[in-house]
Design a protein around this ligand. Structure first.
Ligand SMILES: Cc1ncc(COP(=O)(O)O)c(C=O)c1O
Length: 407
């Protein structure tokens, strides 16, 4: 019933989690994530590339802990993510942050937590670099202005992008006022999203590389961003050559994939709660919602379903449980239409799901299960009615609320 090939030990853990979880539930597979990280191992070993996990994709401590031994650190975008990642950082590993929304009141703590901060603009750098302690290396996020994406919502190089200082502004500064760049010791860029190869990264590097040799005092590091799916990459040679070239200039070279490490490592398990036909369309209502898999709604794209039978005679529309008319996962084929109470499993739900999920309509957040790197399965948390009331009915005794009340 769950078509995926796994060795027996992992199969048992998966079967147990699929059986025992209370739906809706996310199942995150740490072992699969570690296998994804291993795809980058030859580049780490042979070219000295330092690979960071961008925890924004799935800021789950247990996943960070499982990935840490296979990587060189983490990349984060806020103080909260930095606090989480820091707990799982190992000796010799690095923690990198970039954010267009860096706040002055968070910066000293971020500087204490992180080894590298790439300022998003020259203005941000001018205001906040002084708040970083000596142990934290300041850098600049540069926007190479080379779009490779059709959807501007996901294109960091879209016109008027706020993500990074435009490359031509930095070029101009290197000509006229290089002293303003001197204190910045690294350059960061991030240009792609779910790319099946490193071509967008290498095109961006072509635009950025000429800046490096002119940097006053030379640079210490470059971060090539994320946005690539290593499992889909077939050509590694050009990236390897680029990393070796950059390293021969004395730069440390970082790469920070998120979805590429965890995207295929998550399942959303759901139960059928109703079944009917409307205008000739067979509909199953599930106990989940697109609020638990926001990319379905954002892209209008049906997620893969483990139970689907491509040859099936029945076309069935799978829908969520909320009042939103467009709470729809899409049409799927089955040989037999699932009954109320049966479980269905969406796959490829590892990235940007848990962290973006919400309780719209009071539908609980999915239970969270981890398939451990060591082979077991365990439930990490469940969202009960008490959590809803604590969050939305003033029952919150959190540290933050006590602070607000004390004002
Ligand atoms: C600066 C930066 N680095 C890394 C990532 C991770 O990207 P992905 O999950 O597509 O690999 C993102 C995603 O938005 C990003 O903005």
């Amino acid at each position: 019933m769950w078509p995926c090939s796994l060795p027996d030990g992992q199969r048992d853990a998966l079967d147990r989690a699929l059986r025992e979880c209370r739906t809706p539930a996310y199942l995150f597979d740490a072992r699969a994530a570690v296998r994804c990280a291993a795809l980058l191992e030859p580049l780490r070993r042979e070219a000295g590339l330092r690979v960071l996990y961008a925890v924004k994709a799935l800021p789950l401590g247990a996943m960070a802990a499982a990935l840490a031994p296979a990587l060189d650190g983490f990349a984060v975008s806020s103080r909260n993510e930095a606090e989480l990642a820091r707990r799982h950082l190992r000796p010799g590993q690095t923690l990198h942050l970039t954010s267009p929304g860096l706040r002055a009141d968070d910066t000293p703590r971020i500087g204490a937590l992180c080894s590298h901060v790439a300022f998003n603009s020259l203005g941000q750098a001018a205001r906040l670099a002084g708040a970083l302690p000596p142990g934290c290396s300041p850098g600049l996020r540069v926007n190479p202005r080379c779009s490779s994406l059709d959807d501007p919502r996901y294109d960091p190089c879209r016109p008027a992008s706020r993500l990074g200082e435009p490359v031509e502004v930095v070029e101009e500064l290197l000509r006229r006022r290089p002293d303003r760049l001197g204190p910045l010791r690294g350059v960061h860029f991030h240009v792609s999203f779910a790319a099946a190869g490193y071509e967008p990264v290498l095109s961006a590097l072509e635009r950025v590389e000429p800046l490096l040799e002119r940097w006053p005092g030379g640079l210490d590091w470059i971060n090539l961003g994320g946005g690539v799916l290593p499992a889909r990459v077939s050509r590694w040679d050009d990236l390897r050559a680029a990393v070796l070239r950059l390293r021969s200039r004395g730069l440390e070279v970082f790469h920070e994939p998120g979805k590429g490490l965890v995207g295929e490592c998550g399942r959303l398990v759901t139960s059928v709660v109703d079944r009917f036909t409307r205008d000739g369309t067979e509909i199953l209502v599930l106990d989940t919602s697109v609020a638990h898999h926001p990319e379905v709604f954002e892209y209008g794209r049906a997620p893969a379903l483990a139970n689907e039978d491509d040859e099936g005679r029945h076309r069935v529309l799978l829908s969520g449980a909320s009042c939103l008319a467009g709470d729809l996962f899409g049409e799927y084929r089955f040989d037999r239409v699932p009954e109320v109470g049966e479980r269905l499993v969406f796959t490829g739900v590892g990235a940007y799901s848990l962290v973006k999920a919400n309780r719209f309509n009071g539908i609980p957040l999915p239970e969270v299960w981890l398939l451990e790197a060591g082979g077991g399965a365990r439930c990490l948390g469940r969202d009960g009615p008490g959590d809803f009331l604590r969050r939305w009915d003033g029952d919150n005794e959190s540290e933050c609320l006590r602070e607000v009340r004390g004002r």
